[in-house]
Design a binder for this molecule. Structure first.
Ligand code: ZN
Length: 445
């Protein structure tokens, strides 16, 4: 038996799992099974062999043992919303670099959005993505476009795309403006069934905006994006979902009204789920005052009242998921003037730390309340069974260090792009590593 420190060192690539591995003394939290206790996990050939308390390791055990005292093991996490840029903008991110960033952030699966070039609107592109993701530790789940070229005019061959492996349907970051098109997409969604992921935005009200419409936009003299533009579209989509029975997932909600509307719809039995990003939980439009283009996001950073409502929405379970909206952009593009810079920030690698800093250390939530938002609920949104920490299951695990205090620097990021407003932030809580598909990865420190 050897206690291995080497296997826990930061790596820049996925490594094969030792044939036999024991993870000792971790707090195992699996919300689906109602588990929250200290356990030792034995893994053999990529499969969980046992989950035991104080397991005895025989002296002639030839595998590796990793002491995880103080760490938390959960079922592997899924990010519902990431832009991986391949094909089209491989200078900003690729399937492989995005998967590495996902693993570095504690995710063992990631949905890649359809706004590549060409868009994910044919079976060939879905196959291309699957081919590119083959063999990676992180499962990459393609999200297919709802309309051809994401132009909002003509439906894609949704059934064929799902047959090829699409995990959801979305034109994000484009909103689906035509109500009749949205209705048809929701009808497919009910029939298959598969969720429609939307960016709820009435673009006729936001087209000339750069940040949240409010005191800060007035002070800076820049066009604003009113919160009602988001609320209007959420109202419409909830009505259409109620009318059709389609599965609606509203991504990156950012307003207080959105939380109220979704709460009301859920109480009426509408099949709606929602996610929020870590940056909307952490920041308000005040962050834009310095014209940092890494605070330019869509939907925009809103008011403190909105931010507090989002935190409450998560706590009460009105918001189901925390998703990154990982949006890599090149340095040159983000280095331009605020009004010309593209919207979006990278987020896969900071999602856990920003969320746990804001929700656990500032707002007093337990890490246990956070786990379902990353580990279980995203799978439920897609209608998939989440991984489980149980004997006989494939080892698909996320390992966290909830008490780690650290400061984010660029060297912690493995994404090809570094457009984040959180460089220099003091964080509490850190991803430690992931295990999946017979491979492991330990976060860059
Ligand atoms: Zn997006």
């Amino acid at each position: 038996m050897k206690f291995s420190k080497d296997i826990a060192r930061g790596r820049e690539k996925f490594a094969p799992l030792p044939e036999q591995l024991v993870l000792k003394s971790a707090r195992v939290i699996d919300p689906e099974q109602g588990i929250d206790d200290l356990f030792d996990l034995a893994i053999e050939n990529g499969v969980i062999k046992s989950v035991e308390k104080d397991a005895t390791i025989s002296p002639d055990f030839s595998g590796e043992v990793l002491d995880l005292s103080g760490k938390v093991i959960t079922p592997g996490w899924l990010d519902l919303h990431a832009h991986l840029r391949e094909p089209g903008r491989e200078d900003e991110e690729t399937i492989e670099s995005g998967a590495l960033a996902a693993a570095n952030g504690g995710f063992t699966a990631v949905c890649c959005m359809s706004d590549t070039n060409p868009a994910i609107d044919t079976q060939e592109i879905i196959q291309y993505i699957k081919d590119r993701a083959r063999g990676l530790l992180v499962e990459v789940l393609p999200v297919a476009a709802a309309t051809k070229k994401r132009e909002g005019q003509e439906l894609t061959e949704i059934l064929d795309l799902v047959g090829q492996g699409a995990a959801a349907i979305s034109d994000d970051p484009h909103p689906i403006l035509k109500s009749e098109i949205m209705r048809r997409v929701l009808e497919y969604s009910r029939m298959i069934p598969i969720p429609v992921i939307v960016n709820a935005e009435d673009a006729s009200m936001t087209g000339k905006g750069y940040l949240h419409e409010g005191f800060v936009s007035t002070r800076l003299g820049l066009g604003g994006m009113p919160s009602v533009a988001e609320d209007l579209m959420i109202g419409r989509d909830l009505l259409l979902s109620e009318y059709t029975g389609g599965l609606l997932h509203i991504s990156h909600i950012s307003t207080k009204k959105a939380v109220e509307l979704i709460h009301g719809a859920k109480q009426r039995g509408v099949k709606v789920t929602a996610d929020v990003t870590p940056h909307h939980l952490a920041l308000t439009d005040e962050a834009v005052l310095g014209f940092d283009t890494n605070t330019k996001v869509n939907p925009p950073l809103r008011s403190e009242e909105d931010r507090q409502a989002l935190i409450e929405g998560l706590r009460k379970g009105i918001i189901d998921v925390i998703a990154s909206d990982h949006s890599p952009h090149s340095w040159e593009e983000k280095a331009s003037e605020f009004i010309y810079a593209p919207f979006g920030v990278v987020g896969l690698e900071t999602a856990l730390s920003v969320a746990s800093t804001v929700l656990c250390h500032q707002a007093g939530m337990d890490i246990k309340e956070l786990i379902p938002k990353f580990a279980v609920n995203p799978y439920r949104v897609l209608g998939k069974t989440p991984p489980a920490v149980a004997a006989g299951q494939p080892a698909n695990l996320t390992i966290l260090d909830p008490s780690a205090r650290w400061t984010l620097s660029e060297k912690n990021l493995l994404s090809k792009s570094h457009n984040t407003p959180f460089i220099g932030w003091e964080m509490q809580g850190k991803p430690f590593g992931v295990i999946n598909k017979g491979q492991m990865f330990f976060s860059a420190r």
